[in-house]
Design a protein around this ligand. Structure first.
Ligand SMILES: [Zn+2]
Length: 287
């Protein structure tokens, strides 16, 4: 695989000017003079960054990790196999380590494996720096996802491609906030200006248990009522039944979900309630 030294690709996120290479601890733009901080040795190339808010090494440790190469995402697997110059956005919880993947996140989690802390709305990379850009469950946390789609186009070479997985039917979650869930058409539209969209649809990479989260919240509501000694006994009895029914329904759904979503009607129904949607898109020439 080709080595992609992240420090050779980074630039000032404000003006895309070169960063002074003599200032490892406080990167400085040679064009506009902006200076940047570091967290645990990782450059934070975000304008006006609040380093305390970005540092989740203590508080973010409970979040689940994953290996991007173990999720069975064909476009990611193909890019890894080709040795593409890859940019991952939201890579703070990815356990994969490969020299050709530049790992960025808006936050620093437990492991200090990120190459750069970056804001997807203003990426600190020069134009056409990458062959492939991907992100998993990042776009719902972006305040202006259309700007991030433009940034992905800018840092991709023409003909390069991107994979984006975003929340569709998922409840509120995550850092720093949760702004926009996407439909298939919405996610497709984000990329249509600068890309040829090859595929857009419900994602099989998001586990079925995500579909149970609304039921878990309903169970919390039911249990509060069940345990409220001031509520009428019939109401408390109904709340107990509701809690148990939702628990049973969740178990049964998980047992059957793979089988049901393989069938035509089941697939079409699942498509309307899938927890995540995904898009694969190729950057057009000259855009
Ligand atoms: Zn600058």
């Amino acid at each position: 695989m080709r080595r992609v030294p992240a420090e050779n690709l980074t630039c000032c996120p404000r003006c895309h000017g070169a960063l002074a290479d003599d200032a490892q601890d406080s990167p400085r733009c040679t064009a506009c003079g902006a200076s940047y901080g570091t967290l645990g040795g990782i450059p934070v190339l975000v304008a006006d960054a609040d380093l305390d808010a970005i540092d989740l090494r203590e508080t973010g440790g409970h979040l689940p990790t994953y290996d991007c190469a173990g999720l069975g995402i064909p476009s990611v697997d193909a890019a890894l196999a080709r040795g593409d110059r890859i940019l991952e956005l939201g890579a703070g919880l990815d356990t994969h380590r490969a020299p050709n993947v530049v790992m960025t996140d808006a936050f620093v989690y437990g492991a200090d494996h990120l190459d750069v802390v970056a804001d997807a709305h203003a990426l600190p990379f020069a134009d056409a720096s990458f062959d492939f850009v991907f992100s998993l469950a990042v776009f719902e946390h972006l305040h202006s996802p259309w700007i991030a789609a433009r940034e992905i186009a800018r840092v991709l070479r023409p003909g390069g491609s991107c994979y984006t997985l975003a929340a569709f039917l998922q409840p509120l979650h995550g850092y720093p906030d949760h702004y926009f869930n996407a439909t298939e058409s919405g996610l497709r539209r984000l990329f249509e200006d600068d890309f040829e969209v090859q595929e857009a649809g419900p994602s099989r990479c998001c586990p079925h248990r995500e579909s149970l989260v609304p039921g878990l919240r309903m169970r919390e509501m039911a249990r509060e009522l069940r345990d409220d000694a001031t509520a009428p006994w019939r109401t408390r009895w109904r709340a107990r039944r509701l809690d148990r029914a939702l628990m049973t329904a969740g178990h049964q759904f998980l047992q059957l979900a793979d089988e049901m979503t393989r069938r035509p009607v089941g697939h079409e129904s699942w498509r309307q309630i899938a927890p995540a949607v995904e898009v694969v898109a190729v950057r057009r020439d000259g855009s």
